[in-house]
Write a protein that binds this ligand. Sequence first.
Ligand code: M6R
Length: 608
Amino acid sequence: MCGIVGYIGERPAAPVLLDGLSKLEYRGYDSAGMAVYDGEKINFAKATGRLKVLSELTHDGETMPGSAGIGHTRWATHGAPTDSNAHPHFNKERTIAVVHNGIIENYVKLKKKLTDKGYEFCSETDTEVVAHLLDYYYTGEPLETVAKIMHRVEGSYALGIIFMDHPDVIYSVRKDSPLIVGRGKDGNLIASDVPAVLKYTREVCFIENEEIAKLSRDGIEFFNVDGDLIEKDFKTIEWDINAAEKGGYEHFMLKEMYEQPKTVRDTMNPRIKDGQIIIDELGMTEEEIRAIRKIHIIACGSAYHTGVTSKYIFEGLARIPVEVDVASEFRYRNPILEEGALVIIISQSGETADSLAALREAKAQGVTTLGIVNVVGSSIAREADKIMYTWAGPEIAVATTKAYSAQLIAQYLLAMKFAQVKGRLSEDGLSEMLRDLKRLPDQIELLLNNKGRIQKFANRYIAAKDVFFIGRGIDYAISLEGSLKLKEISYIHSEAYAAGELKHGTISLIEDGTLVAAVATQDELFKKTVSNIVEVRTRGAFVMAVTNEGNTEIEKNADYVIYIPQTNKYFTNSLAIIPLQLFSYYVSVGKGCDVDKPRNLAKSVTVE
Ligand code: M6R
């Protein structure tokens, strides 16, 4: 997610912008830039990569004199992370500079309109349309112009804007993207988040949707979308900088777990239009979809677990055979990729070495490859023939939560689309599934709000030595992820087993009090899983069960039950994983582990 900072005051602006942007680095970014008015013109600097590069380029801001400016860290969405796509963006004469956080959903339409009117674009971004649109509507009166474009632009935005002919003012406006205003002793600021301004002030005002802020050196005014002056209150921030970066959450992992409802909506909503699934970016015709004979899903870690889940969905719903491989195994097993195969590579970072190598292997064999990737412009995103982005935003905690949830949604949509095209999913069936899909964000929120109960339970297991996760079908896939979450952040040994496989050896490890987490969300397998629960319980296991609301009979056989709301059988992973994430998180916190940066692990595994 991008970060924006703006400053107007007595100090040189550029060092303030660089400092503010450094406090927003946690949001994730791949390029940075700033624009500063020097008394005559607006100067700018942009750099791909870390903020350090921009600092070096501008000698810590010294080469950009002036005391009014806007800065930006960009996390690529539209267009690769390059200098030309980095913000700020300008109108042709460079008299209007804009930084933006959010997504302009109707940018294609606006770009076409502006191009028809002779405007030329020098980036691939959605943001650049805002700069040209401001130019198009500019009447010499900035407030009126800003209000006007708010009626034309759809989507989410927080904007920082400088007009060269009104150099003593910075304008800012937001809709569905965060924006705060800071009132300082020697200048005023805008920012995407509080940490960026804390060095200069603790007096902060949170701008609401469709409100405009007008900042000058000695004052701040707020307006509504009609241009009427409005009153707003400032608050004094009491938190320290670390807490502020995490939005008040104790850890990034917890914050990211709480972002899951939004992530699910962001990944799903743009691809559902008028009751149909539209995945335009795939660029696959119905004929090409019908020609798919087999799907190979290849990934690592949690991304692999989402693939194990979607195997059941592609096969059950679309009746397309699926093989799922761990990427590090796939590349060395001399895989056979037959004609009509589609290879799907799933990766949050888009840089995982083994997944990238598997992609290259598949391409070398001449089959179509599709990347399901979170980081725009990453290697897998660039090299795959087709790309479907998960819109999870940057994930900071090493243990994935929100990217995992987004990967599931992307695969649900694909499987449903393929099933529909192949004539395996009727219009009624699709509507029913879409209804359940759209309910997931609220249901996830409900489960997250149950954290207190899970925390209490987790505290009893901080000294556990071994934990087993069991399930059948999709519940086995959920168990794999539940187990990985626990071991990676709490360092407790855990294993996931297909519930029916336990008695072929592993059951000998069950002792008095061993915790077994049993996932039982699949109606047709419910009784079978309950039998496996009974097997471990009679050998002394303490059973925590995760099942659907209504399955109260499980209480006879399990010691502790977590219910998930009713949903389509193919979507239960999205719900059942939430209590398992919370459980792992609270065990890790209880043990005093480094939740966000567990030992020996890296966020992006770029070596074999
Ligand atoms: O960036 P990728 O999705 O390719 O990463 C794959 C795995 O390294 C990743 O999912 C890992 O297992 C997570 N740390 C699990 O939480």
